[in-house]
Design a protein around this ligand. Structure first.
Ligand code: COA
Length: 337
């Protein structure tokens, strides 16, 4: 039996302020009808001013540790991996601060930047550390405050993205154990980096002289082109991971995909010959929460009683970079709360 990362804890956290489509329709030239039909979103949460990604990550981390039966104290995990597009500041990374605020001691802690695929990338890195014997337990967090990078002049992105955080605890186990992370597939295509980006603020467009152009500091997305690429890459990536673990599509109990658009998830399910109700959807309540999307969806699916011990679960995501990735795991028992 091979040493494998096993899911041992799960937690999600959403900031309290719910922003409805009706509220956004008063601010933008948009409507509840357009947003629900084109995206499936009914409301999203936005953090109040002053609340950071790290703040949300600490809450989700607490909940994941608690669900794994672990007290937040030094030695309970060997590593904290935080996936985010919206770190608390450009330097240093947000993960060390989150680890310190969770009282986890002098653990390895770092951020991963793969936009909406960030959580799957973080899972891959964490599970490799466990399989290689470099870590016994890792806290993996996806956390975002997209409300801080949305362009108030862009109605399309402004109605899509939400804030939130989700986290899992991975622990060393064996591959025949419920909860085992059995396979991961990752990919990227930097030739299309401009389809989803924040143009300014980095080393290519430094704001060293004069005032930075605010428009260059905001998140941009070419939605139509991204839509087709998202479906194609998630389909290919899920097929790759299924081949690697030897599962057929009809053996998947739940597809937990990145919540970018309900139409994307339904289209993906159709292309995989999976009944639509096996593609979990919570975008209606949370919007697109980028790197937080998959752990938040797992927490919601779990709370809704849709995951039973031993179920075969497929995760898949797509995002800026371009990046994409998928992971196959069995659901643990007893189910983490
Ligand atoms: N309210 C009302 N109308 C809007 C609008 C809004 N919030 N946003 C855009 N529109 C308008 C456009 O201006 C356009 O009008 P026009 O036809 O008069 O030019 C029309 O709606 C269609 O715009 P388009 O961008 O083609 O819409 P779409 O059907 O492609 O939906 C997205 C836009 C962003 C919802 C969709 O493309 C999408 O989900 N893309 C993929 C996102 C994704 O996968 N992300 C993954 C990583 S985050």
């Amino acid at each position: 039996m091979a040493r494998t990362a096993v899911l041992a804890g799960l937690g999600g956290y959403l900031p309290p302020r719910r922003v409805t489509n009706e509220e956004l329709s008063e601010r933008f030239d948009t409507s509840d009808e357009w947003i629900t039909t084109r995206t499936g979103i009914r409301s999203r949460r936005w953090a109040d001013t002053g609340i950071s990604t790290g703040d949300l990550a600490v809450e989700a981390g607490h909940r994941a540790l608690k669900s794994a039966g672990l007290a937040p104290e030094p030695g309970v995990v060997d590593m904290v991996v935080l996936a985010t597009t919206t770190p608390d500041q450009p330097c240093p990374a947000t993960a060390p601060d989150v680890a310190a605020r969770l009282h986890l001691g002098p653990v390895a802690a770092f951020d991963i930047s793969a936009v909406c695929t960030g959580f799957v990338y973080a899972l891959a890195v964490a599970s490799a550390q466990i399989s290689a014997g470099h870590a016994d337990r890792v806290l993996v967090i996806g956390a975002e405050t997209y409300s801080t990078i949305l362009n108030p002049a862009d109605r399309t992105t402004s109605v899509i993205f939400g804030d939130g955080a989700g986290a899992v605890v991975l622990t060393a186990g064996e591959d025949d154990q419920p909860g085992a992370l059995l396979g991961v597939h990752l990919g990227s295509d930097g030739a299309h980096k401009d389809l989803i980006c924040i143009p300014g603020g980095g080393s290519r467009q430094r704001a060293t002289h004069g005032e930075p152009d605010p428009a260059e500091q905001y998140f941009t997305m070419q939605g139509k082109k991204v839509f087709a690429a998202a479906v194609n890459h998630m389909r290919q990536s899920t097929v790759s991971v299924l081949d690697a673990v030897g599962w057929t599509t009809d053996q998947i109990d739940l597809l937990v995909g990145h919540q970018a658009n309900a139409r994307i998830l339904k289209s993906l399910a159709r292309q995989l010959d999976l009944p639509e109700d096996r593609a979990f959807i919570n975008i209606d309540q949370v919007g697109n929460t980028s790197a937080a999307s998959i752990p938040l969806a797992l927490a919601d699916a779990c709370a809704a009683g849709l995951l039973a011990p031993g179920d075969r679960v497929l995760l898949t995501a797509f995002g800026g970079g371009l990046t994409w990735g998928s992971a196959a795991l069995t659901w643990p028992g007893p189910t983490p709360a």
